[in-house]
Structure formats: structure tokens, C-alpha cells
Design a protein around this ligand. Sequence first.
Ligand SMILES: [Zn+2]
Ligand SMILES: [Zn+2]
Length: 418
Amino acid sequence: MEKVNMEANYQVQQNLTNGESEKVSTSRFSPLLASKDRDYLLSPTGTQVRVCDLEGKIIGLYFSANWYPPCRNFTEILVGVYEELKNNGSNFEVVFISSDEDLHAFNNYHACMPWLSIPFSDLETKKSLNRKFDIEGIPSLIILQPDDNKDEAVLHDGVDLIYRYGPRVFPLTRKRLEELQEEERETHERQTLTSLLTNHDRDYLLGHPTSKQVSIASLVGQTVGLYFSAQWCVPGVNFTPKLISVYQKIKRMVRGVVGEDFEIVFVSSDKDEGEFESCFDTMPWLALPYGDPTIKNLTKHFDVRGIPCLVILGPDGKTVTKHGRHLINLYKENAYPFTEAKVELLERQMDEEAKNLPRSEYHVGHRHELTLVSEGTGGGPFICCDCDEQGSGWAYQCLECGYEVHPKCVRAGDHAPR
Ligand SMILES: [Zn+2]
Ligand SMILES: [Zn+2]
């Protein structure tokens, strides 16, 4: 916070002694975006736009590179939001800070963006912005307010916020974020299974065959998993058979237990109806019709960023967890009913069982010895190198190269000393 203020003051003083115009002297963004021999930014067509023209605007500093797919994906989203904000007269501007490999790549990438950029050749400014805002990964979007220099006013998670709220997040102040979070909490509190799954011209789900309609009312009071997946999604196609096996086991477990039942609803993002049908054909549960508008609403409501994703709703229709996939990978059918209390119990059991696990193991296909780690001893969320699924808590980790597998996935390899 101090730093920005000091730089701004310094600029004002310097300009006053130089006798420059007041307009330049009050430019909040010059110390950040101009350099000693450049007081302009570039438009996508290469024309120069003075830094002081940004005065009074909310600025997004966009750290990005064309060679990284997540950047290109986010650029597309940001262009949409930016244009919508421009059209309704919002005082928002974006400045691109490129990590492209060369000028040609930069020019091509900047041409897809409707906003300004630091010139590609100005390494010095790009470096100092990266340092100043502690940029650790791209894409990154830092939001600066025009009239508030304080560190607390700077938002560092612009990418996340734009993905989550779109143009509604404007004017990107802390106050606005609090309002949105409050709204979100309220909608989630009001949520019921019926409000989530029905719309004004449909109160049913598809069964097998798809001509069979199952009323949503019949699911009320059950634990319900919403399974976001699609035929084109390889991790989804890999996860579905595991989920089927777990689903069948849970169904057997709850059969005959009064007041308990379990169902899954496929929420498809398939690209056409044929793919939807061949995907749904393999699944023993229900589905929302292909292309139903509710699918988009659910994706937004649960902020689903990647598939496959399994959201679990409790018997009261409230969200129990959005990490159903992860829990099934860790605990299989034992994860049911996915509640916090159940997960805590399973974690305790896992800690208990881990006491009996060997401290080190060899795993087939990996030449180094693996060490048993937990969250507390250098472990943490990881992707299992054996089953490609996420893990957390206990793991066997190679301290040399970071290779990591679930304890349940370890199979003694050839290198195991006998
Ligand atoms: Zn595994
Ligand atoms: Zn290794």
C-alpha cells in the first residue's frame, strides 16, 4: 500500500517541479504503466493511447500468453465481459501484459483483444509489474480502482471473479463482492431439489429408455448426485464406470433402509444429441434432457469449471458437497451420504489405517522408493500417477521427483528389494 502511494506522490512532486500540466501530474496509473521514455499504451491496431487517458477508470492488468491454452480460454471470456461492460458505458479498461515468446506471437494475440497493451518490447515495465503484483501464474487479472491506492482495494483474483460472476461483478470493489456473496448465500439457502431441476415446461427427468419420464417429485427426500459430464471428456469417460460401480453398491446399501435413497442425475454437456444418447446409454441413472436450459443454470449455480464433476444434494435439497468425485475416488461407496460428519469419520479411519501402512513402498513402474506422507508431512492435494484421479490426505510420494500415488493404488514393483 505504502509503495503505490509513495510512487504516486513522487510522480506528483516531480511533475510539479518540472512544471508539467496538472492532468499528467494526477495520473494514478502513470507510475505503473508508463516508463521514462513512454507515456502511452498500444491499441490492438498499434495506435498509441496516452496513459493519462485511463484516469478515472477501473483497470484490469491482464497477464497472459498466447501459448498457454487456459490463457486463450480466459481471453475469450474476458472479451465478452469487456464488450458488455463497454456497451453499457462502464468505465472499465484492460491492459495486456504479455508473456508471449516473440513480437509476432504478441501481435497476433493482441489482435484478438479489444483493449490496450504495454508494448511488447518494454521488458522493464512488464517485469516490474510482475514483481509488484507478485504474479505467480497466468492467466492473472489484477484489478485497480481509480481513486483508491490502498492495497486492500486491489483485487488479485480477477480471473476467478470474472469466471464466477461475469459482468455482474462490476465495479469490482470489495463492497460489490460482499453483495454478490450474500446473494449467492441466499440463493443457496432457498435451493430445493425441485427448484434446481424443474423449469416451467418440464417437471420430469429421463429414465431408460429415454422415452420414460421420471417425475422429479419422486426424488424429493433422497440424496441426489448431479453428475456433470460428457462423451468428449476423457476423464469423464474414465470416471463413469467407477461411478456406476459405486452407485450400484450404494443402491444396494440403502435398499430397505427407511427414509434413505440415492439417485444420480446426468447433467450433460455433450455436443449433440447422438453423443448424449450414447453417453447416457452406459449410465444406469436418470438424466436431464439434452440441451435443456436447466443445464446451463446448474453449471452456473454450482460454479462448475471442469468436468467430470459430481455435486451431492442432501435429502433437504441443499448442497452437501461439490467434491463428490474426489470423495468417491478416495472412499468409494463408503463416502455415502457424503456429509461433513461422514467425511470426518472416514478421515479419522484413514489416519488410523495409515498407522499400519509401511513407511515406504515401491510402486510398479517407478524406480524410486516412495515415502508415506500425509497433509501434515509434506503431502497435500495431488493427482495420483496410477489412477490419474485426485487425492489428498495420505499418499506415497517420491521425495526425489514428486511422483505420488494413493495408498490404495500402490502395487509392489519390480524394483522392490526382495
Ligand atoms: Zn490412485
Ligand atoms: Zn521418483
